[in-house]
Design a protein around this ligand. Structure first.
Ligand code: XUL
Length: 509
């Protein structure tokens, strides 16, 4: 039996997915929702509501309690002793602040008490900033100045100083709570914190999650002394090691064996972030396939040959669990902007929207609909138009074309020859929208629906490191897209090239 477990600790809950890596099947799934399963904690969306100054924090002990509940639920449907390896996917950028002796306590057998009781006395900061936090503008500016500007930081660490990233978060904590900072002996990411609990050792951070901190030298896959010095005093000794992306961290901790029924031989694999995990779970860890996810935000991620960073500083580069790097490009104006256009045109539903798109002439004009301030490109809310004037219902097609062209433009730096776009997320089901992505990217679109892609990716990483099964083989078993392809209409390519160049000129102006 080749049963492995992927655990995804996301913003809103914990998903546990057990796969049989040889048979290519999902064996069991359980989920815990921080809000619905722990209503008494008062965090309905998984984070602490009502904070000010852009702060968004969560309770790390809630993550731990939810993890235990997920493992209890799992034990009701399968025998945990049959699991041979485990890996964690964690929401990226979130950080946990602990004292130095938490490491000693990790080895103890906590079968008799809850893990959160064991961890609580070691927290030097009771809450954890998460990726939704936007409170570190001052810290980003300071780090940028110290390291020679935003683009220099992007070249070194993979991203411009970014408010949600862990380095600026650490900088702010050390600045406003110096006494608590001096008591802090270890800063973990969500993925390395949970992995430490599972293995009973102080777990390393992989380059996938480590690159989401503005602290790692991306090319070397090691902490950057300059970035550490620009961030907070004596940071080096407070960070875990950076580990190999396929490292086995250890065997199941005693309490995992005694309290949750795991085998003492069960291997615990290094954790990673949810985006690198999803890259694997979507079957895109080899260069050539990009994944475009059409959701509240539209995101694009892709494996990159070697190490590259966005020279314009919009996209992020993280480590790829398979080696090399990956890109993450995020456009805030995704489904809400499409929705606003649909309502403005008085189109009753998405079928009407698709009909309006199909009745319009493609590649004539493009509109980038920014209903809220945008980060890619950095622009205030408003609409950007290139090409011929847009009249009436042709706005539906032009808006989707604008969104696709914007992603195409901002993903050029990835540089890898494209074979296909894997399209996912709610709007990907609409064939008229999916066709625009085939035409604009000029490659076939494969639609793929993997709702638990981060948990699946973690399980596949567990199988890769724990059982030696290659990721491409696992991707072939678990990540098959829909067999029907949407082929590009190649004759539109020249007109889209002109619109993309016009959009670029407009953005740079
Ligand atoms: C990526 C990001 C989010 C988080 C939470 O940079 O902030 O995608 O990983 O999912």
């Amino acid at each position: 039996m080749a049963r492995v477990l992927g655990l995804d600790l996301s913003t809103q809950g914990v998903t546990a997915l057990v796969i049989d890596a040889e048979a290519g099947v999902i064996v069991a799934r359980t989920a815990v929702n921080f809000g619905a399963d722990f209503p008494e904690r008062g965090h309905p969306s998984g984070y602490i509501p009502g904070a000010s100054d852009g702060e968004v924090h969560a309770d790390p002990l809630l993550w731990v309690d939810a993890l235990q509940l997920a493992l209890d639920r799992l034990a009701e449907i399968i025998d945990p002793a049959s699991i041979v390896a485990v890996a964690v996917s964690g929401q990226q950028h979130g950080s946990v602040y602990l004292d130095a002796c938490w490491q000693d306590d990790l080895h103890r057998n906590h079968a008799s008490k809850s893990w959160s009781e064991a961890v609580r006395p070691h927290l030097t900061r009771s809450t954890s900033p998460i990726w939704m936090d936007n409170s570190t503008g001052e810290d980003c500016a300071r780090i940028s100045r110290a390291l020679g500007g935003d683009l220099a930081v992007a070249k070194l660490t993979g991203s411009v100083p970014t408010p949600r990233f862990t380095g600026p978060q650490i900088s702010r904590f050390a600045r406003i709570e110096p006494a608590a900072w001096s008591r802090t002996g270890r800063v973990h990411l969500v993925s390395s914190f949970i992995t430490s609990l599972l293995a009973g050792v102080d777990a390393p951070i992989d380059t996938g999650d480590g690159a989401g901190m503005n602290l790692m030298d991306l090319a070397r896959g090691a902490w950057s002394p300059e970035a550490l010095a620009a961030t907070a005093p004596e940071l080096a000794r407070r960070l875990p090691a950076i580990g190999r992306n396929d490292a086995v961290v250890g065997l199941a901790a005693q309490w995992l064996v005694l309290r949750h029924g795991f085998s003492p031989r069960c291997q615990i694999v290094i954790g990673s972030g949810d985006n690198p995990s999803s890259l694997v779970g979507m079957g895109a860890s080899t260069p050539g396939h990009i994944v475009v996810s059409l959701g509240t935000s539209d995101t694009l991620f892709a494996a990159i040959d070697g190490v590259r960073t966005d020279p314009d500083g919009f996209g992020h580069a993280f480590g790829n669990p398979l080696g090399g790097t990956m890109s993450l490009i995020c456009v805030r104006n995704g489904s809400l902007a499409r929705e606003a256009v649909r309502r403005e045109l008085g189109l009753g539903d998405w079928d009407d929207f698709a009909r309006a798109m199909s009745a319009s002439v493609p590649a004539r004009s493009a509109v980038l609909p920014l209903e809220q301030d945008e980060i890619t490109p950095r622009r205030k809310a408003g609409r950007l138009l290139v090409g011929a004037p847009v009249v009436g219902a042709s706005l539906a097609l032009a808006a989707v074309e604008g969104q696709a062209l914007n992603l195409r433009l901002h993903s050029r730096w990835i540089g890898t020859a494209l074979h296909a776009v894997r399209l996912t997320g709610g709007a990907s089901e609409n064939s008229a929208i999916a066709q625009v992505f085939a035409d604009v990217f000029s490659v076939p679109v494969q639609r793929i629906k993997i709702p638990d892609s981060a948990a699946l990716g973690a399980a596949m990483r567990a199988a890769h490191s724990g059982l030696g099964i290659t990721l491409p083989l696992l991707e072939a078993k678990f990540c098959a897209p829909e067999s029907r392809l949407l082929n590009p209409r190649k004759e539109l390519a020249p007109a889209y090239a002109v619109l993309e160049a016009d959009l670029k000129a407009l953005i740079l102006r």
